[in-house]
Design a protein around this ligand. Structure first.
Ligand SMILES: *Cc1c(COP(=O)(O)O)cnc(C)c1O
Length: 388
């Protein structure tokens, strides 16, 4: 910051020069992101709520009521009539809150002090942060050759120290849905907390199921599920930062509440103190505006693009890692490695990433990627193939 103020125009020009270096979703070249351009209407609403602070909700009772509405609405989407939870910054914060609730609940009601969490190897890295923050012990369950979770491993590793089991509805790398109904059964029978990370799949699985897609159950309709993470800022088309944590019981929020003496509300369960009401307002607005119908249409479009890409890749001789369940395609070239293929694609302007488990090129078919972009991508992949 300079001592002398600078004129607005000059500041804006300066910022624009920085912004020019960013990739833009509209160009259709960002192929590895789980985020996308938020819907214009949700951005408009977001801007109207920039001053509201849900961290001090006694001052913002109206915005707090909006948050409650979103929680209720997302609860209904995920088969829970009376959910408890918060709009948070994203899936990472939601996952950390869930494990904190599981840890504190087990400490309070089961006297477990050195807890263990059983989670799939495919779990998002936010669980590593949670486990590190709370000094928990992680027990990683492997997958078989088809990347299905090893259920027996989970059964065999439950102990009197297990504070939580984690299942994923839409893995970050492959978009696969773990067998949540089996996990739910195990969790219920053993009275263990089950957290479902549907940060990615939450805004597509329910809609695809409505349209006849054969996808497994994953939500609160399974009685062993204790909490669910869902991210409005992915396929929900809300602006960043918009994540959500939903709990089945109020006790889970209570065990993570701390006193917040100087605020209008005397207890706070979220990790973040001052927090944006804009995320809640924009999420409610876009959900009401698109409706189930709008999300269904979009979810099916994304799957159509996924199938188009999948079939084109196979036609060009590329090898799929798995049959996609959601809008993620993972593949390799039969001869060259994923890193090599990734750098060839980057040279052609495609922003792709290599997943680490399994090692493969991973394309997330988000809403900004149109069929015309995929056709251009296929032309480039064909050319790469011909020059190997
Ligand atoms: C995106 C994602 C997260 C992390 O969410 P952020 O919003 O980036 O914090 C966690 N889990 C899964 C499965 C995800 O896809």
């Amino acid at each position: 910051m300079e001592y002398n103020p600078i004129a607005k125009e000059e500041i804006l020009k300066n910022l624009e020069n920085f912004q020019k270096k960013d990739y833009k979703y509209e160009d259709g070249r960002i192929l590895g992101s789980m985020c996308t351009s938020a819907h214009p209407f949700s951005k408009e609403v977001f801007n109207n709520f920039l001053d509201s602070n849900l961290g001090d909700s006694g001052l913002f009772k109206g915005t707090k009521a909006i948050e409650d509405e979103v929680i209720k609405s997302l609860g209904l989407l995920l088969s829970c009539k009376n959910p408890h939870g918060n709009i948070v910054t994203g899936g990472s914060e939601a996952n950390i809150m869930a494990l904190r609730a599981a840890r504190n609940y087990a400490r309070k009601y089961k006297n477990i002090t050195d807890g263990e969490v059983i989670l799939p190897k495919s779990a998002h890295f936010s669980f590593k942060k949670a486990i590190d923050l709370m000094d928990l012990k992680a027990i990683e369950a492997d997958t078989d050759d088809n990347f299905n979770l090893d259920i027996d491993f989970i059964k065999n590793n439950i102990s009197d120290k297990t504070i939580a089991i984690v299942g994923i509805a839409g893995t970050t790398e492959l978009g696969l849905i773990d067998p949540i109904s089996e996990l739910s059964k195990i969790a219920f029978e053993n009275d263990i907390y089950l957290h479902v990370d549907a940060a990615f799949g939450g805004f597509s699985i329910p809609f695809l199921k409505n349209c006849g897609y054969d996808l497994p159950e994953f939500d609160f309709s399974l009685k062993g599920v204790s909490s669910i993470t869902i991210d409005p800022h992915k396929m929900g088309l809300a602006p960043i930062p918009s994540g959500c944590i939903l709990f089945r019981k109020k006790e889970y929020l209570d065990v993570i509440a701390v006193d917040s003496p100087y605020l209008t509300t005397k207890k706070q369960s979220t990790l973040v103190g001052t927090r944006l009401g804009a995320s809640a307002a924009a999420t409610l607005a876009i959900m009401d505006y698109l409706g189930g119908e709008g999300y269904e249409k979009r979810a099916v479009e994304l799957m159509d693009n996924t199938n188009f890409l999948k079939e084109s890749l196979v036609n060009e001789g590329y090898i799929l890692t798995v049959e996609p369940q959601l809008n993620i395609v993972s593949f390799n070239h039969p001869k060259i490695g994923a890193d090599d293929l990734c750098s060839k694609l980057k040279k052609k302007g495609w922003m792709v990433s290599v997943s680490s488990y399994p090692i493969a090129i991973r394309i997330v078919l988000m809403n900004h990627i149109k069929k015309s972009h995929l056709e251009e991508l296929i032309v480039d992949l064909k050319e790469i193939n011909e020059n190997i």
